[in-house]
Design a protein around this ligand. Sequence first.
Ligand code: GLU
Length: 172
Amino acid sequence: MCGIVGYVGRNRAGSVMLDGLKRLEYRGYDSSGMVVATNKGFEQIKRVGRVANLEEDLDELQLGGNLGISHTRWATHGDVTEANAHPHTSSDGKISLVHNGVIENYGAMKDFLTDKGYTFQSQTDSEALCNLIAYHYKKESQDSGKNPFLEAVRKSLRHVEGTYGIAVVCPD
Ligand code: GLU
């Protein structure tokens, strides 16, 4: 179980999502995090513990964008650490993802992606799906005509064994 909040609109995504995370904190309170997509790429903050710990440092960070995703975690795979908190960003920096649930076949995904040069910063199952979407995004971007991001998410989810609710962003 976890809480997921995404926002796109005219307001600052950071403050809207913080409000949402506070409301969903009962769903997961071992750590929390958010990412905002800007013209310069992703800006991110993650903290172990209550959402209040994230809030303390959020003002100082001045997350600027108006599109983002956020998460309160209830760990299933990996310790309660900042590295394991969501969002997870793909090793090529193209995709960021928050996930609720369990990816049963994440080990096979990681083996496949490691062979392709992707690297992992966390012990979570979720990071494997994030990098799988990045892998498909790269392939789809080489084909013209379709929305490569949408196709990449669609294709990646076909390979998932397990349970998931996700929110995923791509600054491109
Ligand atoms: N399986 C993921 C993790 O351990 C997601 C857990 C959740 O739903 O909060 O990070």
